[in-house]
Design a protein around this ligand. Structure first.
Ligand code: ADP
Length: 510
């Protein structure tokens, strides 16, 4: 009997070439086993406790991250009912920028990991800007001076952990983002390396020349001996300790989470773009072989480095995306589940001029106003829960359009389509409005786990199981495409209303 064409049949005896992807995120550590075609076979996950030592500080316990990683690797194999012998190799993707320093001799971290969200470096960043260092840092690293990136976190650890600076100067300490820390542990301390995407988030890496920048290291007083070797995103990173899974496996692909999602979405051609809608939202546009110096406060970053060739991306972030839906649920109580937001939004023809600007923690690109605050504008006596829920979903779309317009002002052409993923991409109503507002099709892939898939795809490339990115593109499958159905006049009028609403929430009115 021939199975229906839409059913994915996964053979019981699997062809060789399964890849174990480790996805070490901010709130959880996951592992997913993918088969050679990029279909998920099994997943295991552990929540990651957040440590808040004081306001604005966020830490993770690196030992907990390590224990969870080991547990989810075997968990994913068990869930998939596969043996380690079925696995060709390991790929790693990770929360970016989060910083660990450890002793080379013992492998012991000297402090908790300082998480990307941690703001303890904010004063140091303000001082750098005041001292006129922003243009140099921006030109070398593609980033805006901000405490999200690793540099001020490393500097803080060297200044504040007893004996750290001296040990660093004697070459006794190692720095790593989470990928690098996991690689060190997986290889039993034999490999201290990272990939170019993770290096590009440290604020110490010259993304044009492809090297740690001596001037920036001096500026932050960071000894070069701390730093990992920077490698291609796909290729040999080392062999895992045999004791971990019962057999040694090659680690063959590494990328930071947003870059891994770009790869998982097969955005390999310049001009291709993906947007990930989770708690926040990250839009990455493939900008090819040259980093774009943005006039609109987007950052330039390394998308991936393959075969020694660096590909760049322009990146914009929205702080509050799904978090606004959580707010509707937890603070307003107008929905019980995030998924109810779609039906509520669809129950009215429009918001009738109501806009919700979710500037709960300030506004990100392209406004960059940390002191802006949220607002609901345009209320009338008829406005109710449906209008507000709809306005919250629409806000995610308006902000995406803001970012894409900023990218176009920086010289990009309008993309042919937007590929989406993340928890909110399950919301069909949202994706239709997004397509309407952008005036381009929005595409959702079959495999929603694009970040983990990207890490697995890089590992497959690194192992030579895929000959090139074209094979990843060939495996990318669309679940659904949303075509724009709104007139250009209407979409422009709605967006103009949004811009007026934003202007009224900025800390210094435009
Ligand atoms: P993260 O990786 O940032 O934790 P996820 O990708 O898991 O986030 O997405 C979770 C977010 O998506 C939550 O903020 C949730 O409110 C939102 N979300 C999930 N499903 C829907 C939905 N159907 N409609 C709107 N928002 C949703």
């Amino acid at each position: 009997m021939t199975p229906p064409a839409t059913t994915e049949i996964i053979p019981a005896t699997m062809p060789p070439g399964a890849i174990l992807a480790i996805d070490q995120g901010t709130t959880s550590t996951r592992a997913i086993l993918f088969d050679a075609e990029g279909r998920p076979l099994g997943l295991a996950q552990r929540e990651l406790p957040q440590i808040y030592p004081q306001a604005g500080w966020v830490e993770h316990d690196p030992e907990e991250i390590w224990r969870a990683t080991v547990a989810v690797m075997s968990g994913a194999l068990a869930e998939a009912k596969r043996a380690v012998g079925d696995v060709a190799g390991i790929g790693i993707t990770n929360q970016r920028e989060t910083t660990v320093l450890w002793e080379r001799r013992s492998g012991r971290p000297i402090h908790n990991a300082i998480v990307w969200q941690d703001r303890r470096g904010a004063a140091a960043c303000r001082a750098l800007v005041a001292a006129g260092h922003q243009p140099l840092i921006r030109q070398r690293t593609g980033l805006l001076v901000d405490s999200y990136f690793s540099a001020t976190k490393i500097a803080w650890l060297l200044e504040n952990v007893a004996g750290a600076r001296q040990a660093a100067e004697h070459g006794e300490l190692a720095f790593g983002t989470i990928d690098s820390f996991l690689l060190w542990r997986l290889t039993g301390g034999r490999v201290h390396a990272t990939d170019a995407t993770n290096a590009s988030r440290t604020m110490l890496y010259d993304i044009g020349r492809g090297r740690w920048d001596p001037e920036l290291l001096a500026l932050f007083r960071i000894p070069e001996s701390l730093l990992p070797e920077v490698r291609d995103s796909a290729g040999p990173f080392g062999e895992s300790e045999p004791g971990l899974l019962g057999r040694s496996l090659p680690i063959a692909g590494i990328a930071g989470d947003q870059q891994a999602a770009l790869v998982g979405q097969a955005c390999f051609a310049p001009g291709m773009i993906k947007s990930t809608y989770g708690t926040g939202c990250f839009v990455l546009l493939n900008s090819g072989g040259t980093p774009v110096a943005s006039r609109n406060r987007l950052v330039a970053t390394i998308a991936y480095r393959l075969g020694g060739e660096t590909c760049y991306a322009s990146e914009g972030s929205i702080f509050v995306a799904g978090a606004a839906i959580q707010w509707l649920r937890d603070k307003l109580g107008i929905i019980r589940h995030a998924s109810e937001s779609a039906a509520l939004a669809a129950s009215v023809e429009s918001t009738n001029g109501v806009y919700l600007v979710p500037g709960f923690t300030g506004l990100g690109a392209p406004y960059w106003d940390p002191d802006a605050r949220g607002a609901i504008l345009g209320l009338t006596r008829d406005s109710g829960a449906a209008e507000i829920a709809r306005a919250a979903l629409e806000a995610v779309c308006y902000q995406t359009r803001d970012l894409i317009e900023a990218m176009r002002e920086d010289g990009a052409t309008l993309p042919q389509a937007l590929r989406v993923d993340g928890g909110m991409a399950a919301n069909d109503w949202l994706l239709q409005f997004l397509a309407d507002l952008l005036g381009i099709p929005v595409e959702r892939p079959v495999v929603a786990e694009t970040t983990a898939l990207g890490a697995a795809s890089l590992a497959a490339l690194g192992l030579g199981l895929h000959r090139g990115p074209a094979e990843i593109e060939r495996r990318w499958r669309r679940d659904r495409r949303f075509d724009p159905a709104m007139s250009a006049d209407r979409r422009d009028a709605l967006h103009a209303g949004w811009k007026r609403a934003v202007a009224r929430t900025l800390s210094e009115p435009a």
